[in-house]
Design a protein around this ligand. Structure first.
Ligand SMILES: [Zn+2]
Length: 458
């Protein structure tokens, strides 16, 4: 079945060949291809010129002088441009005579293709169900995140759903997922932000390359070969025997009724749901994490991992030794000196983070629990929300927060100084998937967490 790049290729080729040509006569040899009556089809189109060539999803839009002809190739529709006296083929169903003596012929072995007339610039009923174009700005992270939120079906089925994004078919869905290193059967709602960004980027890259490959093919077309839109793109996984990356045997399975190819080594099956818990100091995020642990849930503690990585002999210790030699005395890491250094100097802080964050992420990625929570104090500041499927923000009103910190023995000025170092709560709220307010008793916080867990587990 032609996909977006093929449709674009067909359109570009026709634009080169028949732009501004007028239709002088029409013959319909198989009526169901045309949605209106033959009489109306002919009356509306004869005398009209092919002016502009547009595409929406896999629909071809021929804008004529007074109206638009919409064509969908479905399974095997093709256009041929032939001399008027060329013998009529068995599968030529609609023949347009052009004012240069040539003919535009619609050929369709399966007869599934359709043609319809709509008003110029008019709304076409079928476009209402089409998602954004992959190259448009509206196909962005926010849109995908919102769309995928509660989709429990395989990600491949979502990519094929034209209401999610227009134009992707079976071949390119396999190629996009291979590039994303995601198993096609993975649950769509488990993609995190980083994976969504990769999906958008790879979708555009692969389609663009395919269109470019099609463009190369157009130039090599001579004349009567016709425009099938079929061309050779170097496929990485679809119908490939061995993975071009790891040489493993490519597996074939069926997803949503469609033949699906994937590499069992390179493509990860997403089963895990990762949820980050964050807040400000004293907001109750640690209590939330403690409560979840008590209830038997696995909780990854970023601060604890950070401390452990800095223990002598561990990866962080060794890396910091090379980067911050001034923080070592008698061959030992002076943690207080390191903290003081980065607390007062943003560039040093950045340098330390660029060492520690990848190491912590590596440890996070080693965790394979199907449902994993993580306490990440600076989740949004470090842009770590992209590594999680969801996040929870625990918020305490400022007045109550300052009281609590005072009870912990922190001075008001110190509390304010620390809070000021973080992203404002109003900004954090904008980035949060779920907010729990912790202004009352511990029991109330636990009750809110239990309520939230019901959503999380389903
Ligand atoms: Zn592989």
């Amino acid at each position: 079945m032609p996909e977006l790049p093929e449709v674009q290729t067909v359109l570009d080729t026709l634009a080169l060949r028949i732009k501004d040509r007028a239709i002088t006569d029409i013959r319909i040899l198989y009526e169901p291809i045309v949605s209106c009556s033959e009489k109306r089809f002919k009356q509306s189109l004869i005398g009209q010129h092919f002016r502009t060539f547009k595409r929406r999803g896999k629909y071809l839009l021929f804008e004529m002088d007074d109206l638009t002809l919409v064509s969908h190739l479905r399974m095997e529709g093709k256009y041929f441009i032939l001399d008027g006296d060329a013998p009529i083929g068995k599968h030529d169903h609609v023949i347009f005579d052009l004012d240069d003596g040539k003919q535009l012929r619609y050929n369709d072995v399966r007869k599934f293709g359709r043609m319809e007339l709509i008003e110029k610039d008019g709304d076409y009923e079928n476009f209402k169900d089409l998602g954004p174009e992959p190259f448009s700005d509206s196909f962005d992270r926010e849109y995908c995140k919102e769309y995928l939120k509660n989709k429990k079906m395989p990600i491949k089925s979502v990519l094929l759903d034209q209401s999610f994004v227009a134009g992707i078919g079976n071949i390119y869905a396999d190629e996009i997922l291979f590039a994303m290193k995601i198993d096609p059967r993975s649950r769509a709602d488990l993609l995190n932000e980083e994976e969504i960004d990769t999906m958008i980027r790879e979708t555009r890259r692969i389609l663009k390359e395919a269109i470019r490959a099609g463009g190369t093919t157009i130039r090599s077309y001579t004349s009567s070969l016709g425009v099938t839109g079929l061309f050779q793109l170097d496929l990485m996984v679809h119908t490939v025997k061995n993975c071009p990356v790891c040489a493993s045997e490519i597996q074939k399975t069926v997803v949503g009724g469609r033949g699906t190819y994937y590499c069992p080594i390179c493509q990860k099956r997403k089963k895990q749901k990762r949820i980050a818990i964050t807040g400000t100091i004293g907001s109750g995020k640690s209590e939330a994490a403690r409560y979840l642990r008590e209830k038997g849930y696995p909780v990854f503690d970023c601060d604890a991992e950070n401390r452990d990585l800095l223990e002598k002999g561990n990866a962080g210790y060794e890396a910091v030794k090379d980067a911050f030699p001034g923080c070592f005395a008698d061959g030992q890491l002076d943690k207080k000196a390191l903290s003081a250094l980065v607390f007062n100097d943003p560039s040093q802080k950045k340098k330390l983070e660029s060492i520690m964050h990848p190491l912590i992420l590596e440890r996070l990625n080693e965790r394979k629990e199907e449902l994993l929570f993580a306490e990440v104090p600076l989740l949004f500041e470090a842009k770590w929300d992209r590594y999680f499927d969801q996040n929870l923000l625990v918020v305490t009103d400022r007045k109550i927060l300052l009281e609590r910190l005072k009870d912990r023995g922190m001075s008001r000025s110190e509390s304010l100084r620390r809070l000021k170092k973080q992203m404002p709560v109003s900004e954090k709220k904008k980035r949060a998937d779920k907010i729990i307010y912790n202004n009352g008793s511990l029991q109330q916080l636990h009750d809110s967490l239990e309520e939230w867990l019901k959503e999380v587990r389903c």
